[in-house]
Design a protein around this ligand. Structure first.
Ligand code: ACO
Length: 325
């Protein structure tokens, strides 16, 4: 039976100009390269200056994705930006990306699911495309988490970085089987009881300030490894595929130990795991599209490959999507 599928036809990314190594960070924060690498796998991260806002990075990534797809902004009728660090409370960062691209048509909105934002955004765009509500979507993950960090808190400030990534999804006919190109299935979950484990201690409706990121690292670690594999199992079950069928596992890049423990638990071979946390740090909703862009441009991800994306974020929110590239 034929059906519509959301096929990835382009991807792109953008990083701030300034790269900060662990050694450079250790000059102002009481930490060391050895501690950070051993606990997280992070070696460096990119930190934005005042001019490199979330929408500026997001627009650069979106333009790169359009160029990669050989499309113009006018070909897009949906822009979804996953972010927890919007330039302003409103208007949405997505509308600023839309304007930055020179788009005057279509619909644009932000989606907030913290580090799971990109998986949520791909899933949402897919619903628009497979129902015929849109024809081509730009799905962007863009963040400037450096603005949310308490630079006096070494337990959190060493973990994060800034950046943006984007994909173009296009509605195309498929056969309705797992051999189709496009988003084959996705599974999302959330559970708001976990707020205290990972949150920002401010906001427009509470303190009237932006606030700082607060995290109980051990509890996040435990949940990330222990519980989020349910959405991946859902995706395998719904598509009739398994870990052996995967070409690439591209999880949210929070921590090397979380990623490797999750892959081991799922029976996914380590050489199928795309790892970029060493060079980008944790860029929240931007981490998956940044990693996809790295693996696509270095020749690892090829058309027809089966790719699982997966993430967990504050809330908690979590999800997975299985995509045939
Ligand atoms: N540099 C040096 N020492 C540090 C640092 C640092 N940056 N941060 C903490 N320490 C110290 C602590 O003070 C503590 O010292 P003590 O034993 O004298 O008290 C010691 O290191 C161990 O601290 P723990 O918090 O127990 O370290 P742990 O092994 O749990 O590692 C970490 C901390 C890396 C945060 C880990 O818990 C983790 O990876 N958690 C997952 C959280 C995560 O990745 N979050 C990302 C955001 S959430 C998301 O993206 C889904």
């Amino acid at each position: 039976m034929t059906c519509l599928r959301s096929v990835v036809v382009g991807c792109g990314s953008a990083l701030p100009a300034r790269c900060v190594t662990n050694d450079e960070l250790a000059k102002t924060v009481e930490t060391s390269d050895e501690w950070i690498v051993q606990r997280t796998g992070i070696r460096q991260r990119y930190l934005s200056d005042a001019s490199e806002t979330t929408s500026v990075l997001g627009t650069r990534a979106a333009q790169a994705a359009l160029d990669d797809a050989g499309l113009a902004a006018a070909d897009i009728d949906l822009v979804i930006c996953a972010t927890s660090t919007p330039d302003h409370t409103f208007p949405s960062t997505a509308t600023q990306i839309q304007a930055g691209l020179g788009m005057t048509g279509g619909v644009a909105f932000d989606l907030q699911a913290v580090c799971a934002g990109f998986v949520y955004a791909v899933t949402t765009a897919d619903k628009f495309l497979v129902t015929g509500s849109a024809r081509r979507a730009l799905v962007v993950g863009a963040e400037t988490f450096s603005r949310l960090l308490d630079w006096e808190d070494r337990t959190t400030c060493v973990l994060f970085g800034d950046g943006a990534g984007a994909v173009v999804l296009e509605a195309r006919e498929g056969e309705g089987t797992s051999a189709d190109r496009g988003v084959l299935t996705s599974s999302l979950r959330s559970d708001g009881r976990h707020r205290e484990k990972l949150y920002v201690d401010g906001g427009p409706g509470s303190t009237g300030t932006t606030g700082h990121l607060r995290m109980t690292g051990k509890e996040v670690f435990r949940f990330a490894v222990g519980s989020v594999t349910d959405v991946i199992d859902d995706a395998f079950r719904a598509s009739g595929t398994n870990a052996d069928d995967l070409d690439w596992f591209v999880p949210h890049q929070a921590n090397r130990r979380i990623i490797e423990a999750s892959a081991d638990k799922l029976g996914i071979a380590r050489d199928k795991v795309v790892l970029t946390v060493d060079r980008h740090g944790n860029t929240s909703a931007a981490s998956i599209p940044l990693a996809l862009d790295v693996a696509r441009r270095d020749g690892r991800i090829k058309d027809g490959d089966l790719v699982m994306i997966e993430a967990i974020g504050g809330g908690f929110t979590w999800g997975a999507a299985l995509i045939r590239w």
